[in-house]
Design a binder for this molecule. Structure first.
Ligand SMILES: C[S@@+](CC[C@H](N)C(=O)[O-])C[C@H]1O[C@@H](n2cnc3c(N)ncnc32)[C@H](O)[C@@H]1O
Length: 308
């Protein structure tokens, strides 16, 4: 065991247990079958394992990594491997609102998606993006990020925040607003930011099932969403119904070897029923799971699906 990973702590003891479960999933995604040893040193939790430089760099990008050390006999020597930030570590954290997905959990989803995807990831779609937590986490990884949400107020708040963030941090950017057509009618409004060296971040106000019309020229490396916990959409009631209706469109815009990751509340959505919606000739539901406590009414897990 040549490497020790120090787990970040959280003041809530139950959520701390959740961080452990999520971190084990992240480490397994990067290290595969390599044995992991967990040690508790006076409340500091370490995971030790054997890793080369490439894997050390990969695990350092975990949102739950408080530090990485080389193990030299009884000594731990800090490794100077930086966590990379393409935009700003704070971008996904600043906005506070009810219904926001925990930005660290969001980053874990992106971490897992990248680890399981074939080839590099650089373009993300969140079809249920709310005010954009996933988009900011992806932008901070250096990816182009595109989000869709039906909620006009959430989309407007996300666009307004992005503009302010870029202005405050003096990031050169342009904002272009366009109406998008679905079945011959206006079915969405896109707010597209171009910034930095040709990077893009966009919000579309529209329906998650229409992503095939909104993004006709693009394929995504990662499609990631924190599914609504109790959605009411016409006759549609629940995350399962939303996925049943929209999954063909989401898989349609995902490139071969790309990954779809959906987080859901296991109290209200059955993992088996969700996985059964994945057409086996098009994609594979991976046997990866990390069920963890979030709050009284929410026990969360995710489904990882790889496109063939
Ligand atoms: C759990 S929230 C996601 C929150 C988001 N990750 C954030 O941090 O802001 C689920 C989102 O799904 C959106 N939603 C529900 N049904 C939708 C649909 N048919 N198309 C697009 N978005 C939808 C809701 O408006 C809500 O913003």
């Amino acid at each position: 065991m040549n490497t020790a990973f120090l787990l970040k702590t959280h003041p809530n003891a139950r959520y701390n247990d959740s961080l452990e479960v999520l971190t084990e999933a992240e480490l397994t995604a990067v290290l595969g079958e390599v044995p992991l040893e967990r040690t508790d040193v006076g409340g500091m939790i370490f995971f030790s394992f054997d890793a080369d430089e490439t894997r050390r760099l990969a695990v350092r990008q975990s949102p739950n990594c408080a530090g990485l050390f080389a193990v030299e006999g009884e000594k731990l020597v800090p490794l100077e491997i930086e966590k990379r930030h393409a935009v700003g570590a704070d971008m996904a954290h600043i906005l506070k609102y009810s219904g926001k997905t925990n930005p660290d959990f969001t980053d874990t989803m992106l971490f897992l998606a990248e680890a399981y995807a074939e080839g590099a990831a650089g373009r993300l779609l969140d079809p249920c993006c709310g005010r954009g937590t996933t988009l900011y986490a992806a932008a901070d990884r250096g990816w182009d990020a595109y989000g869709v949400d039906t909620d006009k107020n959430d989309v407007a708040a996300g666009v307004q925040f992005t503009k302010k963030y870029f202005e405050y941090h003096r990031v050169r950017h342009k904002l272009a607003r366009t109406n998008l057509t679905v079945d011959g009618r206006v079915g969405g409004e896109r707010s597209l930011f171009t910034y930095g060296e040709g990077r893009e971040l966009a919000f579309v106000r529209g329906d998650a099932g229409a992503v095939g019309s909104f993004f006709t020229k693009k394929k995504f490396d990662v499609v990631a969403a924190d599914l609504p916990y109790g959605v009411q959409h016409g006759a549609e009631n629940g995350a399962l119904a939303l996925v049943r209706r929209c999954l063909p469109a989401w898989l349609g815009v995902l490139r071969a070897g790309g990954v779809l990751i959906l987080s859901f509340n296991t109290y209200t959505t059955d993992r088996g029923a969700l996985a059964a919606l994945v057409p086996p000739e098009q994609a594979e539901a991976l046997p990866v799971s990390a069920e963890h406590w979030v709050e009284q009414a929410v026990m969360r897990d995710f489904l990882l699906v790889k496109k063939r």
